[in-house]
Design a protein. Structure first.
Length: 345
């Protein structure tokens, strides 16, 4: 009897060892299979453009990145929530007045001095081109030279109440022929509350040599003109070069010294972060945002000649999809960080 029990124990031990060996072997084979598939996929991905598997791999990639697909979600300047303008699914609108054009008659308007065709949609981007001595097609324009090509939010004037929060995110490309104008500053983003003759509340300038702030030619400055006594010019450390694209995010709370806030990121780096006045005491409202090219020194011959002496006769830039979030103090998620919601993809 004892011998039978011992024999049974030995038999069971042998059986367990074989099962363990089989399991270990099977696991090893499975690991090798998965590893081989990953290696194969990686190899295919790196050569997908030149292989017959490109379509399948692109399908997989598109599926994985579907959340980053851009789809326009229109909204006016005062509408609450997220607004997206992708350009690839938007067309320019013509007007009975040939001097004016719109992108979306209810939500975006084109501001030019003085050619309405200085703003175009090209290959999924919104492009801006200002050529100072090109023909002035708008005969009602009082300017002698072209100086502005911008798109702005609508309707005008939006007059955001104190405490309104806004996020803006876009990328901005300086074309391959871009030259730094050492004599004349210009801006590519501004928010204006509509008071005729007043400067923008906030703006992003490309500074001239020895200008306010750092005095470094071409350096982007965060400019705040909302204060009564003076304007503030804050250097960012970024001097864009020809062909360079910058990712830009701006966060602003329209308010006075007690609740105003201005934050700016360039290429993911925070370059400005201050609790400060962002509305004027004389008209305490936030305004409409504008993007593009505003070369105000080209309003007169003296500024034009300074640029021409540097062989600068035009400026060309473009921007990718634009994302805007607007919230009021009583809105859900008010003051919640929304950097990732508007940051360029």
């Amino acid at each position: 009897m004892i011998k039978k029990i011992l024999f049974l124990i030995v038999f069971l031990l042998i059986l367990c060892c074989k099962q363990f060996a089989f399991t270990e072997s099977s696991t090893s084979v499975f690991d090798q299979f998965v590893t081989q598939k990953l290696v194969t996929y990686s190899s295919l991905a790196s050569s997908a453009k030149n292989s017959s598997d490109a379509i399948n791999l692109n399908f997989i990639t598109d599926s994985l990145n579907s959340k980053d697909k851009c789809s326009t979600k229109n909204g006016g300047a005062g509408e609450i929530g997220l607004k997206v303008f992708c350009w690839s699914d938007i067309s320019l609108e013509e007007s009975n007045d040939k001097t004016k054009r719109s992108i979306d008659s209810l939500h975006l308007k084109i501001d030019t001095e003085c050619n309405p065709d200085q703003v175009k949609i090209d290959k999924g981007k919104l492009s801006f081109h200002v050529e100072l001595e090109s023909t002035i097609s708008n005969k009602n324009c009082e300017r002698q030279y072209n100086m502005r090509a911008e798109v702005r939010t609508a309707p005008w004037n939006v007059n955001h109440v104190s405490g309104t929060e806004e996020w803006f995110g876009w990328n901005y490309t300086f074309n391959d022929d871009y030259k730094i104008d050492k004599q004349n500053p210009w801006l590519f983003f501004q928010v204006h509350e509509g008071t005729l003759g007043d400067t923008p509340l906030i703006a992003l300038w490309c500074m001239n040599q020895d200008g306010p702030g750092s005095g470094r030619a071409g350096e982007i400055h965060v400019v705040n003109n909302a204060h009564t006594s003076k304007s503030y010019y804050n250097p960012s450390g970024f001097v864009p070069k020809a062909g360079e694209t910058l990712d830009i995010v701006v966060h602003v709370v329209w308010g006075d010294y007690s609740n105003g806030l201005l934050q700016v990121w360039i290429n993911g780096e925070m370059v400005h972060n201050k609790n400060q006045r962002t509305v004027r005491a004389s008209n305490p409202v936030g305004g409409n945002a504008k993007w593009g090219i505003y070369k105000w020194k080209w309003a007169n011959k003296e500024g034009v000649e300074r640029s021409k002496e540097q062989d600068i006769f035009s400026v060309s830039t473009s921007m990718g999809p634009l994302r805007i979030i607007t919230r009021k103090p009583d809105t859900e998620n008010y003051l919640k960080s929304s950097y990732l919601d508007v940051a360029p993809r």
